[in-house]
Design a protein around this ligand. Structure first.
Ligand code: KIV
Length: 279
């Protein structure tokens, strides 16, 4: 199977084929997602919450993103990897944004980067795209701006906000973004934006009218339980499976029933004859 690229994604939109995307943060999850046939992997800065235990994405650094992107790149053979530019790694000026985007591609092994923001950030998007790096936009609920948004709230419910989001989406498309994440946007608005754009939209909490969907891996697997977003469907309950496996393991170690013979290694015991601690 060939590796997904931005042309494949554009063709999928043209054919009306839905695009699945999932976050991945390490070698194993990237390998599993790639083998499952998911064409797009996002090394999201959500790793700050679900892997590193921060209470937002704001503390995530470029070094964190590079560390995890490299691991994902080793595991994802067929999926295209998009890596998030973390908070304050692109907002200062286009030079900073291009330098950090290049690091995620050159050192990290990503094929594209994602950044948050609309029309205001579009000149930066154009500069990164011009330098040869595909950019995915991200509008609606933009978690890096949680403090200016006043919390994790639905975006675009008012007419002026909806008009703003449509304008942002068009500005990002004009700047050369190859796709756009719409996060926690009412479904009718996300559908309208999707129909107005040539590039694919990838929704999270944005309804079925988007061209694709993205979910945070730990949410859909039931692994991260500190916060359970309304838009996250649980496809498994891995936290519960892990908890009961760990309890059983501890009980078996305490009872001396683990390791069993099949988990141990034998030797010719006569070789031990006469050996004492002192020797
Ligand atoms: O960081 C992330 O996981 C994201 C998705 C929620 C779109 O940006």
């Amino acid at each position: 199977m060939r590796k997904t690229n931005i042309r494949v994604l554009a063709e999928m939109k043209a054919r009306g084929e839905k695009i699945p995307m999932i976050t991945a943060y390490d070698y194993t999850s990237a390998q599993l997602a790639s083998l499952a046939g998911i064409p797009l992997l996002l090394v999201g800065d959500s790793l700050g919450m679900v892997v590193l235990g921060y209470d937002s994405t704001i503390p995530v650094t470029m070094e964190d993103m590079l560390h995890h992107t490299k691991a994902v790149a080793r595991g994802a053979k067929e999926s295209m990897i998009v890596a998030d530019l973390p908070f304050m790694s692109y907002q200062i000026d286009a030079k900073q944004a291009m330098t950090n985007a290049a690091r995620l591609v050159q050192e990290g092994g990503a094929q594209a980067v994602k950044l948050e923001g609309g029309e205001k950030i579009s000149p930066t998007v154009a500069r990164i795209v011009d330098s040869g790096i595909p950019v995915m936009g991200h509008i609606g609920l933009t978690p890096q701006s949680v403090h200016t948004l006043g919390g994790y709230r639905v975006q675009g419910r008012q007419r002026n906000e909806a008009a703003r989001l449509l304008k942002d989406a068009k500005a990002l498309e004009a700047a050369g973004a190859f796709a756009l994440v719409l996060e926690v946007v009412p479904a009718p608005l996300a559908g309208l934006i999707t129909r107005q754009l040539r590039i694919p939209t990838i929704g999270i909490g944005a309804g079925t009218g988007c061209d694709g969907q993205v979910q945070v891996l730990h949410d859909m697997l039931g692994l991260y339980t500190d916060v359970v977003p309304k838009h996250a469907k649980r496809y498994a309950e891995l936290a519960e499976s892990m908890r009961s496996a760990l309890v059983q393991y501890a009980q078996e170690v305490e009872a001396g029933s683990f390791p069993a013979e099949e988990h141990s290694f034998s030797m010719n015991e006569s070789l031990l004859e006469g050996l004492t601690d002192a020797q």
